[in-house]
Design a protein around this ligand. Structure first.
Ligand SMILES: C[S@@+](CC[C@H](N)C(=O)[O-])C[C@H]1O[C@@H](n2cnc3c(N)ncnc32)[C@H](O)[C@@H]1O
Length: 226
């Protein structure tokens, strides 16, 4: 049976370790530093200047860390964000209640927000503030359906391609490509050759950019405008 263990990463923030996959939810060099670098700075901030609400799709809700950091951006910049996140196997209450993000993320009531994110119902939008709506979908990416050209940014935060290759498939990247607006971007911590080839085959252009601590590179992929 699968079990999860709480681990302290190098920046002091927690992550979870899944023993059946022998895989962590975040970089052991720092969970918060990785999420902030890969998804907030390299991804979300590239879309915050767009007109209207920013629509984010996350692959893998997990601990909720990316969602919490995105809520902080929305409140800091007073910009509306609609956040859709997929998760087939939600983290248990015993695990998420121990996570220390609430005391490390510089946001008033961060712990309460994180708990609410986990407690809110699946498959219904939950209105947190004027600036943040969360819609958690209990599904694998493989089974999810999206409208065409709705998302500005995708946080591709699945477990590593070596552990879950089926999630990094052409079918999944093509589905995301269709669901992104032209000019929309996807970021991921992986810069594996096979991931680049699959993104390219799905139609993306990509750039290699410096990775978070402990990783030389990461990828930012863009859906071309025409
Ligand atoms: C690397 S963890 C990251 C989770 C999260 N973003 C976080 O910060 O904690 C990967 C997540 O993807 C989820 N996952 C696994 N298979 C998936 C699939 N087929 N589609 C979507 N998510 C999946 C896992 O359950 C896990 O929560």
């Amino acid at each position: 049976m699968m079990s999860e263990k709480l681990i302290v990463t190098e920046d002091g923030s927690h992550t979870l370790y899944r023993d059946d996959l022998d895989e962590h939810y975040h970089s052991t060099h720092g969970a918060i530093q990785e999420s902030q670098h890969v998804f907030i700075e390299a991804g979300l901030r590239k879309a915050m200047h767009r007109n209207g609400p920013v629509k984010v799709l996350e692959i893998g809700f997990g601990t909720g860390l990316n969602a919490l950091l995105t809520l902080k951006e929305a409140l800091d910049l007073k910009k509306k964000i609609q956040y859709v996140t997929l998760e087939p196997l939600p983290v248990s209450g015993d695990d998420y209640q121990q996570l220390n993000y609430g005391s490390l993320v510089d946001l008033e009531d961060a712990s309460a927000y994180l708990n609410k994110m986990h407690e809110s119902a699946w498959n219904f939008p939950f209105y947190f503030t004027d600036y943040f709506i969360l819609n958690k979908i209990q599904s694998k990416l493989e089974d999810a359906e999206f409208q065409d050209e709705v998302f500005d940014v995708v946080f591709f935060d699945a477990f590593a391609p070596s552990k879950q290759p089926e999630v990094w498939s052409l079918g999944n990247f093509s589905k995301i490509f269709k669901a992104l607006k032209p000019g929309g971007i996807l970021t991921t911590y992986s810069s594996q050759g096979q991931v680049k080839r699959t993104l390219k085959e799905a139609g993306f252009e990509f750039e290699k950019i410096p990775g978070s601590k402990g990783k030389r590179e990461m990828l930012r992929a863009t859906k071309p405008i025409s």
